[in-house]
Design a protein around this ligand. Structure first.
Ligand SMILES: [Zn+2]
Length: 347
């Protein structure tokens, strides 16, 4: 794992503390999956239901202007300077959202050095998911706005543990905005299920992949013969550690690990835990923001401006948080728990 730890500028103590927190809280994720089954009118979820959108909320359409207003308001509510940078991206027409023939699918934010503005590509179809994509990519733009002014090119590129902080934080700000404006309970359910589905995948499903990688390398170290069936058994053991009996899996899902090409790339090991790190880190930061209020905004901006000049552990330390301690990661879990409780109240 050493190579991966160096690449991501993290240490084993931090990763252990993160994974211990996940393991201790699998019950919370399973509780959400049970709630979701209830919302979908099913006795139990099957693997293909895990991230299925809820049916009952008729999808609302957003105009470009409505999306812009929601996203800018969301950022403004957190910090007016940030809201201003987001608005500038619309004013300068730096977001290519137009639907056109032959356009590349997906979305990304292309940032640039030396304080130059970023550009965003997406295909805007007026759905809630498209509004979230805008909030996400604008988070990258805000991150780049700060980093490209504060850092030299050598520290401008950010590692994967930190790269999604601005973007995911922006999504949480939008969630707050959309929830406050939602008119029906079904709409609220759809928003909460969306945020919890994503959290569940990044924090818990990806942790199953970390446990799988760990058990694979342990088996290799023991000199075990690994054929497909043996590897599939290791995968199912790691998966069950997260999901328990909360999901009905199709038998073919025992081969799920074959779908991820990263496992077979030479010298590319342990690529999963940074996703878990990033997700729980942002949820923890958001939780701290909810506790501290406005005074948290300058702290987040300082972190985003730091680029890769300091390790994630040092960055958190400067803000007064210790990522080697489970108490920090537990803050992220608390935030997820709050979303789950909100959903429970409107079941
Ligand atoms: Zn992103």
């Amino acid at each position: 794992m050493t190579q991966s730890l160096i690449d991501n500028d993290v240490d084993m103590q931090t990763v252990d503390s993160l994974l211990r927190t996940i393991e201790k809280n699998v019950g919370l994720y399973r509780k959400y999956l049970k709630l979701k089954a209830k919302l979908m009118g099913l006795p139990k979820l099957a693997n293909y239901d895990i991230v299925a959108p809820l049916q009952q909320a008729s999808e609302k359409d957003y105009s470009w202007r409505e999306a812009q207003d929601k996203v800018v308001e969301a950022y403004n509510g957190f910090d007016e300077e940030m809201g201003g940078w987001a608005e500038e991206m619309y004013d300068q027409r730096h977001i290519d959202g137009k639907v056109r023939n032959g356009k590349e699918s997906g979305a990304f934010c292309s940032s640039w050095l030396a304080g130059k503005s970023a550009y965003i590509l997406q295909t805007f179809n007026g759905k809630m998911g498209d509004v979230y994509t805008q909030a996400h990519e604008l988070g990258h733009a805000v991150h780049a706005h700060l980093g490209s002014r504060a850092q030299k090119p050598s520290n401008f590129e950010i590692g994967s543990c930190i790269a999604e902080i601005g973007s995911t934080f922006g999504e949480l700000l939008l969630t707050e905005k959309l929830l406050s404006k939602a008119e029906t309970k079904e709409e609220k359910q759809a928003i909460l299920a969306r945020v919890l589905d994503e959290f569940g995948m990044a924090a818990f499903q990806v942790s199953a992949r970390v446990f799988f990688e760990q058990s694979m390398y342990e088996a290799i170290e023991r000199g075990e013969f690994l054929d497909g069936n043996k590897v599939a058994r290791l995968w199912m053991a790691a998966r069950d550690k997260i999901y328990g009996d909360s999901i009905d899996w199709l038998d073919v899902m025992k081969w799920e690990w074959t779908m991820k090409p990263h496992y077979y790339i030479a010298n590319y090991r342990f690529y999963n835990y940074p996703y878990v790190f990033a997700q729980l880190f942002v949820f923890a930061l958001y939780r701290i923001y909810k506790e501290e209020g406005k005074s948290f905004a300058p702290k987040l901006k300082k972190l985003l401006a730091a680029g890769s000049s300091r390790s994630p552990r040092e960055l958190a330390m400067e803000l007064g948080f210790d990522v080697t301690k489970e108490t920090f990661w537990q803050k992220g879990i608390q935030q997820a728990q709050e979303f789950i409780e909100m959903l429970e109240r409107i079941l």
